[in-house]
Design a protein around this ligand. Sequence first.
Ligand code: E4P
Length: 217
Amino acid sequence: MKFFIDTANLEQIKEAQDLGVLDGVTTNPSLMAKEGITGRNNILKHYVDICNIVDGDVSAEVIATDFEGMIKEGEELADLHEQIVVKIPMIKDGVKAIKYFADRDIRTNCTLVFSAGQALLAAKAGATYVSPFIGRLDDISTDGLNLIAEIRLIYDNYGFETQILAASVRHTMHVLECAKIGSDVMTGPLSSIEGLLKHPLTDIGLEKFLADYKKGN
Ligand code: E4P
């Protein structure tokens, strides 16, 4: 399973990249705003900065919601850097835009997906990635992980190549469960990846190994 980090914070992206297990980055307009990145030129520059840190795909979201607007913005984003994947919302014009980009070998990430039907449509249109938001479903007492399982079943039934990118991952158990189900990618905060490291028996065991070494040296 690929690990993406869901942030526009350059320090966190560097930290995850340094760990050696990072495969990409996802951003969205809210994450850019959180870092205080505003204005078109600053936003475009920030995407390039991210691409220069990470070895992997970087999702950059369009703001337009009409077909022509999404095409214009998406082409501009794709031209920025070869690692850019154009992030398109799951709306009617978005589906048309995904198809347009697929026909031109421009990679897309279909975002704001909350149902298996939407994921089927994204795959039919030729999205490179589909992003079901599992945390936001959990927030409204609907099982987000179950959606990942449903999409996995549908995509496997027909051999769709669209990669399932479990998004809105909130914690380490989401990461583990997504891996068990067979999600292709997960995107979450750095803490959700670092949580995989932790086990008290590792810490206790290491402490004892070092103490025993010191006794004999
Ligand atoms: C995915 O690409 C989105 O940026 C993200 O995962 C949304 O997560 P949130 O629900 O924590 O905002």
